[in-house]
Ligand binder design. Structure first.
Ligand code: IPM
Ligand code: MN
Length: 386
């Protein structure tokens, strides 16, 4: 049976998101951190769209440019100073472009800036919606928008990303390299609980009695992940209105390709979440449309497309800004502007469904052309509602 996709990734009850409470002033302080590569151009398109949305929905933003990234590092030797974190803690959210530059040692800026924000701001939820807006964007045969609508929750502060690693006898034939997968009861429980909360707010998928949360892990081999198995079972008891399921990560990758319609909300560890959401991105049109939020509910949070800095496209006006535009939408949802987010998502979906945005491949549209289209369409839809 063919069904219409549900409207909005995060439907209206998110208005009651704890974050909305202290943020009622309707002026939001937003850090703008474009970073490297295509960061500048995609973030400036997202700001173009933000200008339109705030005029329509009657809120304001105070935007502060954060200059961190490769150029700043090469000029000053500074990655991201403590003072920047102090500033960001005063804000409602950060809109982030991308980090990564071939002139700089692998991982240095990623660790200081991306992981820096995730860890130092304790952004334990990495929310990565995988939602198909048009079947032409999906490489799988016969899959329609109603089939692919998954909310991935990637734990964002632990696991192999906890920063516990080392080398001994470095450079010798006896070298040993270690990186620990770290899980805590508290860290596990809070992401699992968040998954159940979001599932309740989303409600059931069409044709299902209840919303469902799938735990994805590798607890058969990584026995430390038994902590996740037990925590998930315990938390599930508090949510009789939510169905549960489990898949090992290897099988989950298979199911994503074979039967993506099976997934609803999926919660997983940091590293597996990193990997499977790239697979997810490819099912909905690629890195040009895959959005994410790095969230601490109720506190300052950071929003970014899941793509990298794509240095070869820097300054060419070829990269798709939709991932950043939709991430900016998740930002609006986080600060309490759920309606603005839903309207933005509906507008993007409509531009794709009507064929005005034909492709998300770099170069098929200009970056600025897509930003302008989204902005103009938002304004036009608002004019028609008046
Ligand atoms: C992501 C990225 C990062 C990650 C890199 C840049 C460190 O791939 O946000 O998915 O591994 O988390
Ligand atoms: Mn990744």
């Amino acid at each position: 049976m063919e069904q219409e996709p549900r409207p909005g990734i995060l439907p209206p009850p998110l208005r009651s998101f704890p974050a909305a409470q202290p943020l009622m002033s309707k002026v939001y302080d937003i850090g703008i951190l474009p970073g490297d590569g295509i960061g500048d151009e995609v973030v400036s398109e997202a700001q173009k769209v933000l200008d339109a949305i705030q005029s329509i929905y009657g809120f304001q933003t105070r935007r502060e440019h954060l200059p961190y990234g490769a150029e700043h590092y090469l000029k000053t030797g500074e990655t991201m100073p403590d003072a920047a974190f102090d500033r960001i803690r005063q804000m409602h959210a950060v809109l982030f472009g991308a980090i990564g530059d071939p002139r700089i040692e692998v991982g240095k800026l990623e660790f200081a800036i991306i992981a820096g924000m995730r860890h130092r701001l304790d952004l334990y939820v990495n929310l990565r919606p995988v939602k198909l807006y048009h079947e032409s964007l999906c490489p799988l045969k016969g899959k329609k928008p109603a089939d692919i609508d998954i909310l991935f929750l990637r734990e964002n502060t632990e696991d192999a990303y906890a920063g516990v690693y080392g080398h001994t006898k470095k450079g010798t034939e006896h070298e040993i390299a270690l990186q620990q997968m770290v899980y805590t009861r508290r860290g596990t429980e809070r992401i699992v609980r968040h998954a159940f909360e979001l599932a309740l707010r989303r409600g059931p998928k069409p044709g299902r009695p209840k919303p469902m949360v799938t735990l994805i892990d590798k607890a058969n081999a990584v026995r430390a992940q038994d902590l996740g198995t037990r925590t998930f079972a315990e938390v599930a008891r508090d949510y009789p209105g939510v169905d549960t399921d489990h898949a090992y990560i290897d099988a989950a990758c298979m199911w994503m390709v074979k039967n993506p319609e099976w997934f609803d909300v999926a919660v997983t560890t940091n590293l597996f979440g990193d990997i499977i959401t790239d697979l997810g991105a490819m099912l909905i049109g690629g890195m040009g449309i895959a959005a994410s939020g790095n969230i601490h509910p109720g506190k300052v949070s950071m929003f970014e497309g899941i793509h990298g800095s794509a240095p070869k496209y820097k300054g060419t006006d070829k990269a798709s800004p939709l991932a950043t535009i939709l991430s900016m939408g998740l930002l609006l949802d986080h600060v309490g502007e759920a309606e603005a987010y839903q309207e933005l998502e509906a507008t993007v979906a409509n531009l794709i469904q009507t064929g005005r945005i034909r492709s998300l491949r770099a170069g098929d549209h200009r970056c600025s052309e897509i930003g302008t289209m989204v902005r103009d369409e938002l304004l036009e839809r608002a004019r028609q509602r008046r």
